[in-house]
Design a protein around this ligand. Structure first.
Ligand SMILES: NC(=O)c1ccc[n+]([C@@H]2O[C@H](COP(=O)([O-])OP(=O)(O)OC[C@H]3O[C@@H](n4cnc5c(N)ncnc54)[C@H](O)[C@@H]3O)[C@@H](O)[C@H]2O)c1
Length: 313
């Protein structure tokens, strides 16, 4: 049986994820959306791209969940994106309803799948998917840190006029304005950036990383999709190829970093079982305080969720 990934939400991010999976021939893709014609049209367009790009992955668009059965991974991008002036948190109620409904549908048909959540507010939507699916934390993972780190890597590369490939960046915490970029663990060819970039420029990079999403929303009047799509594909690839790549992802913590029962962005080892390991790194008191502040912001959202703790499927 061929590997199958279902992508729910055929909008900007969902379609970019589907295209990235096809381009890398990671799996066949089922693209699901409520808008009639859109997942079908985008899938057909991408199938017609295949001869030119030379991939043999097959895409299928649908408005129901038939055909999503036994997916290896389900990526959830369904929901409303941000508009200018909106915080990710403003999306909470509406997207909770959407993500909860989608999760119930997909896990009924793919009880062994790994859920990769993209919809915002990210950490809260991960929790909705975890509660509704009843899945163990290894199989409900959020995409945010890969994107936030990619943004920081680009800013570091631009600052030093070096290849992005030589950069590494570490961003912890919730996917919001309180995220915690860690310059000490961000490197160029293994050299921590504090040795290469003056502090005031690092501060500017950290600030721009924190506001990276809003910067694009202000330009596009909706949220980004190329980098979010590519970041999601990197996670999908790590899982499907059992790469055991260490990536910053939103993971449900049960004591790690002194945090409990919360989704927070931390470095995890991603492999065929989803989260194979949560990596704990030592934080300075300032970094720890920033992470706790970020976790408190996530907790505030969790407290507003209506989805109960009991699994509904
Ligand atoms: N985690 C991140 O870092 C990150 C980055 C970018 C975007 N996002 C989030 O991803 C989500 C999608 O963003 P986008 O730019 O692709 O938005 P979009 O509006 O382009 O696409 C969303 C799609 O979801 C569909 N949809 C809505 N309700 C649905 C349902 N019940 N079932 C199936 N499909 C449904 C819509 O019809 C639409 O096509 C947003 O919540 C956005 O905030 C997260």
């Amino acid at each position: 049986m061929k590997t199958k990934v279902t992508v729910v939400g055929a909008g900007n991010v969902g379609a970019t994820v589907a295209q990235g999976i096809a381009l890398k021939e990671l799996a066949d893709v089922v693209l699901v959306d409520i808008v009639e014609g859109v997942p079908q049209g985008k899938s057909l367009d991408m199938n017609e791209t295949a001869p030119v790009e030379t991939y043999d992955a097959l895409l299928r668009g649908t408005n129901t969940y038939d055909g999503t059965e036994n997916s290896d991974i389900v990526v959830i991008t369904a929901g409303l994106p941000r508009k200018p002036g909106m915080s990710r948190d403003d999306l909470l109620w509406k997207n909770e309803e959407i993500v909860g409904g989608v999760t119930a549908e997909v896990v009924k048909r793919s009880p062994d799948c790994i859920l990769v959540i993209v919809s915002n507010p990210l950490d809260a939507m991960c929790e909705v998917a975890r509660r509704v699916s009843g899945f163990p934390r290894e199989r409900v993972i959020g995409m945010a840190g890969v994107l936030d780190s990619a943004r920081m890597r680009y800013f570091i590369a631009a600052e030093l006029n070096v290849s992005v490939e030589s950069t590494h960046a570490f961003v912890l915490g919730g996917h919001g304005d309180t995220m915690v970029p860690l310059p000490r663990y961000s490197t160029v060819a293994g050299i921590p950036i504090p040795e290469l970039i003056p502090q005031e420029r690092i501060d500017a990079i950290v600030e721009r990383t924190r506001n990276g999403g809003a910067e694009i929303v202000n330009l596009l009047k909706t949220s980004a999709w190329y980098a979010p799509g590519a970041s999601t594909v990197e996670m999908v690839e790590a899982i499907l190829k059992d790469k055991r790549k260490i990536l910053p992802c939103a993971a449900y913590l049960t004591g790690e970093y002194g945090l409990n029962d919360l989704y927070v962005g931390v470095p995890v080892k991603l492999g065929k079982n989803g989260i194979e390991q949560i990596i704990e790194i030592t934080l300075t008191p300032d970094e720890d305080a920033a992470l706790k502040k970020s976790a408190a912001a996530v907790k505030e959202l969790f407290d507003k969720l209506k989805t109960g703790a009991a699994a509904t499927v």
